[in-house]
Design a protein around this ligand. Structure first.
Ligand SMILES: C[S@@+](CC[C@H](N)C(=O)[O-])C[C@H]1O[C@@H](n2cnc3c(N)ncnc32)[C@H](O)[C@@H]1O
Length: 263
């Protein structure tokens, strides 16, 4: 934990301050002092306490390699992206934002599934996506937009330049209403949206990780993922708040539909 966090400190930006300054009530501040992960994130210069959740899952499942292509959905303020960045070997010259004009010039290349021996690129890639803005992460690319909109997904596909994706992460979370069933339905919708994107873009053997709130629709999501991945398991990281019903679904060993037909 400490090694990753120390490394991330180097890349921490204004996002941390924004996170820490947004709370004005003294009650919130007392709660935060009791929250060891929020304290640790503050002390170690991480942009969010959520970073510890991804660190725990990746440290145990090792699904991000130096040359992986990673898409981080719901990335702001950037805790997960900073953690993913630590595992990747990125090219420092990649622009953080690509203007709409520049995007318009990029042809939408469909993903080409690799068959046989995969020729790996020499560097990894990280594409962060959020409806909110976010401070830059060197070597990564940022797409600002609502992921559920087709146009945002088309923009992500364009910046992939036909590359298959190794890992799709989704920590997307709707604004919570306090009504448990409603929040559950909303996050499941986001999780399905992210899983459809993953199925279209992941390479053979790829990984999908997404946040959900536990509830009635959870089984439906897991059954859907089991049709496309070799293994699907639920994960509740230590950094998840005890009062929260959040958990993560980790699906590994993606089998593309065209591969399934061959078998
Ligand atoms: C829990 S936060 C993510 C924290 C982040 N993983 C980190 O480590 O810093 C959830 C994020 O999901 C984003 N989000 C929610 N709905 C979205 C959508 N439809 N499209 C894109 N981002 C969305 C929110 O703006 C918010 O930044």
């Amino acid at each position: 934990m400490t090694t990753v966090a120390k490394w991330c400190k180097y890349f921490s930006g204004k996002g941390t301050k924004r996170l820490l300054c947004s709370a004005s009530s003294s009650r919130w501040k007392i709660q935060r002092r009791k929250d060891i992960y929020a304290q640790a994130a503050h002390n170690e210069g991480l942009r969010s306490r959520a970073a510890y959740k991804l660190m725990e899952i990746v440290e145990q499942s090792h699904f991000i390699q130096q040359t992986s292509v990673v898409v981080d959905l719901g990335a702001s303020p950037g805790g997960w992206s900073m953690v993913a960045r630590q595992y990747l070997e990125l090219c420092s010259k990649i622009p953080w934002k690509i203007s709409l004009d520049e995007l318009a010039d990029i042809p939408a290349v469909p993903v080409k599934r690799s068959t046989g021996r995969v020729v790996r690129r020499s560097r990894g890639r990280l594409i962060a996506v959020d409806i909110l803005d976010m401070d830059p992460i060197p070597g990564a690319t940022f797409i600002q937009g609502d992921f559920t909109e087709r146009e945002t997904q088309q923009r992500i596909t364009k910046v992939l330049y036909g590359d298959e994706v190794d890992v799709v992460l989704s920590d997307m979370c709707p604004n919570t209403s306090g009504v448990k069933e409603l929040d559950h339905e909303r996050i499941i919708e986001l999780a399905f949206s992210a899983s459809h994107f993953a199925i279209q873009h992941l390479c053979n053997g790829g990984t999908f990780l997404c946040k959900i709130f536990q509830g009635a629709q959870e089984k439906r999501l897991i059954s859907f993922l089991e049709e496309h991945f070799v293994q699907v398991k639920r994960w509740r990281p230590k950094a998840s708040k005890s009062e929260s019903s959040e958990c993560y679904v980790l699906a590994t060993g993606f089998v593309p539909v065209d591969f399934q037909k061959q078998q």
